[in-house]
Design a protein around this ligand. Structure first.
Ligand code: FAD
Length: 485
């Protein structure tokens, strides 16, 4: 069905987790067609619910869409926001929209989780039936999935050789941000859409305010630059201490695509051209190494679709007998485990949608090894609360911590939460910020507060497990799972 009022061809750029006009591959290609461009965003509340997208991330997306709408308008591209319950509805709605607006070509940047890939395939088929083209681009990672392979043509299953091959490839063929700022021709339809000043309506999802995170371009780029200028140099020494502001805090922008990984690498190399040289004592290299972890997990997700289906990477670990203990899980979720560093981290996550990387590792290890709870429960909880929730990195991080993933820590290496706290929050500065009950506990006892509180007056839970015993139980559970295979 073609809308009678639409008498010119259009192309569409469908935005998903690439909410920027700068260095956006699909957008650049849409603009290059020389036809009037319409931008679409489809909010899918039911899908978000199923995939456990955090309410704070949805608010962040909503705020970013407002900025994107203004930026696109400068290029003569109107942004239309549609609401559909789920992916299936969104495919039909986009196909219908294309018919109504005489769309000849749809441009999208790929998403790698399985459902997203299937959705795009389905749309491609539907569009092709009407003679509408669909073009998909690799955009989310600096280097395309399937381009960093070993001699056998397989994806590296261990990070370090992958990282080395990644650096070699990037050094040979650098991938830099590409931006087109060309104004697009207008049609009657796009002119009318641009004249409509209606604000973007709610995305139909519960909202937790994300205002502490800026959404305007300048502030985001400033963050990246400030990090490179003031913190990257010492990153290798500071990045593990949650009480220190030593990391970039750029992951939320990368997760929704307000910033591209190419922009990050490019900016880093502008300041530290030597960052591509492997040197663990170098801050800039260490930061690049983390960006490459992001690439690694994204590439794995692309290569192994079963990761999208709750499947552990290490086959044998599907036989680990996780404890289904809602009381322990709840204590972890609420930050009431009696282990101060774990509780502080979990309370910060619920209150702010943020958690430092070292704390993600500690809390994930605690849930899976000390409490022997299924990593998928933790993975889900993180996605429900993190402002930077990103399926590939979250899945990769959880499987690493649970020793079920590729390149995971061996199952017999179990973090000791008390020692981790003593090492990475030695004076308890971070703990005191989030566990107010411990505010008056002296530094010496901040990680073992009940040893100080001989009178038992401290309003803080006793440790819910004995770490030494729990460690042995976890190791045994993995040994038994190995024996099954
Ligand atoms: P920086 O230290 O400044 O690092 C720069 C960038 O590199 C980050 O923004 C991020 O994009 C990437 N990066 C850093 N560390 C990692 C890593 N270990 N794995 C993959 N990419 C990394 N990251 C997410 O973006 N979304 C998630 O949902 C997520 N869930 C995680 C769950 C667990 C259990 C673990 C252990 C890690 C998880 N991570 C996740 C990775 C990491 O914790 C965050 O990317 C990092 O804490 C973000 O802080 P930053 O931006 O200051 O990072």
């Amino acid at each position: 069905m073609t809308n009678a009022n639409v008498n010119e061809d259009h192309v569409i750029i469908w935005f998903r987790d690439d909410l920027r006009t700068v260095d956006n591959t699909a957008l650049n290609h849409a603009i290059e067609t020389g036809l009037p461009v319409i931008a679409l965003f489809v909010a899918t509340p039911m899908q978000w619910h199923e995939h456990h997208v955090a309410a704070i991330q949805v608010d962040f997306i909503h705020r970013r869409l407002r900025v994107l709408k203004q930026q696109l308008a400068v290029l003569n591209i109107p942004l239309q926001v549609m609401q559909c319950n789920d992916f299936s509805e969104s495919v039909d709605a986009i196909a219908e929209y294309c018919h109504q607006h005489r769309v000849v070509h749809v441009f999208v940047n790929k998403q790698y989780p399985l459902n997203e890939q299937l959705r795009d395939e389905k749309l491609g088929v539907l569009l092709a039936q009407s003679g509408i083209k669909q073009s998909l681009f690799d955009d989310n990672y600096v280097l395309e999935p399937e381009t960093i392979l070993n001699r056998e043509g397989e994806l590296f299953k261990v990070f370090t050789p992958y990282r080395n091959a990644w650096i070699k490839r990037f050094s040979a063929e650098p991938s830099y941000p590409v931006t087109t700022s060309k104004e697009v021709v207008l049609s009657d339809t796009t002119s009318a859409m641009l004249a409509d000043s209606t604000d973007i309506q709610s995305l139909g999802y519960p909202v937790i305010e994300s205002v502490l995170w800026p959404v305007d371009e300048e502030a985001i780029l400033q963050r990246l630059d400030t990090f490179c200028v003031t913190k990257a140099q010492d990153y290798h020494q500071q990045r593990d201490f949650p009480a220190i502001d030593g990391t970039s805090c750029l992951s939320p922008f990368l997760a929704i695509g307000a910033l591209s990984a190419r922009q990050c690498v490019h900016q880093l190399l502008q300041h530290f051209p030597h960052a591509l040289e492997v040197n663990k004592e170098d801050g800039a290299f260490t930061w690049l190494n983390e960006i490459i972890w992001r690439e690694f997990y994204g590439h794995l997700l692309h290569r192994y679709p079963e990761l999208s289906k709750n499947h552990p990477f290490q086959e044998y670990t599907q036989y680990v007998c996780w404890q289904d203990n809602p009381t322990l899980l709840k204590a972890w979720q609420e930050g009431k485990t009696g282990f101060p560093i774990v509780d502080a981290a979990m309370r910060q996550l619920r209150a702010t949608g943020w958690m430092h990387n070292r704390l993600r590792m500690i809390t994930a290890s605690f849930l899976t090894k000390d409490l022997l709870c299924d990593w998928r429960a933790g993975e889900q909880w993180f996605m429900q609360h993190l402002i930077d929730g990103d399926f590939a990195s979250n899945n990769g991080g959880w499987q690493w911590a649970a020793s079920t993933g590729t390149d995971s820590q061996p199952y017999f290496r179990v973090f000791n939460p008390t020692l981790q706290g003593q090492r990475f929050d030695p004076k308890g500065d971070f703990i005191r910020t989030w566990v107010k009950e411990l505010a008056k506990v002296p530094d010496k006892y901040i990680h073992t507060p009940h040893q100080w509180d001989s009178s038992g007056s401290l309003d803080y839970p006793l440790p819910i497990v004995d770490h030494k015993e729990a460690r042995l139980l976890a190791i045994e559970a993995f040994k038994q799972a190995k024996a099954v295979m």
